[in-house]
Design a protein around this ligand. Structure first.
Ligand code: ZN
Length: 140
């Protein structure tokens, strides 16, 4: 509660009930990547009467304020996550839509080398792998 209030004030957003509750959902343990509908359903599960339109509006405000990052992965709805300031790349399970995070120093280094070879330094990058479970390795 305290933490969310501070975070909202820090980015210059007024502390409102929907903003607090939505930020709390992203702060929940184990929560990483959520669609607007996921957020809406979690609010409902917490008996919160916050409409989907409000969820979208708050998410857009959070994105503009730099609290969350929005990803437009292919073949799915936009996915939001807290901006923890740590770079990582994503894998999307094309069957389940599950989002998996990964970091590979080797890939990071290779990308810098490739850019350098073309006379550039990397300003930013995002890498998304669209994956499917290996046959015979059904894991949830
Ligand atoms: Zn992520």
């Amino acid at each position: 509660m305290e933490q969310e209030t501070k975070e909202l004030r820090r980015v210059g957003l007024k502390v409102t009930h929907p903003r607090m509750r939505i930020l709390q959902i992203f702060d929940e343990e184990g929560v990483q990547h959520l669609t607007a509908e996921d957020v809406y359903k979690k609010l409902l599960a917490h008996q919160e009467d916050i409409g989907l339109a409000t969820v979208y509006r708050v998410l857009t405000q959070f994105e503009a304020a730099g609290i969350i990052v929005k990803h437009n992965f292919e073949g799915g709805q936009a996915v939001y996550e807290l901006d923890r300031g740590k770079h990582h790349d994503h894998m999307i399970d094309v069957d389940s839509g599950k989002v998996i995070e990964f970091v590979s120093e080797e890939i990071e280094r290779l990308q810098r080398e490739i850019a350098a070879r073309h006379g550039y330094v990397i300003e930013d990058h995002s890498l998304v792998l669209y994956v499917r479970p290996k046959p015979g390795s059904r894991k949830g």
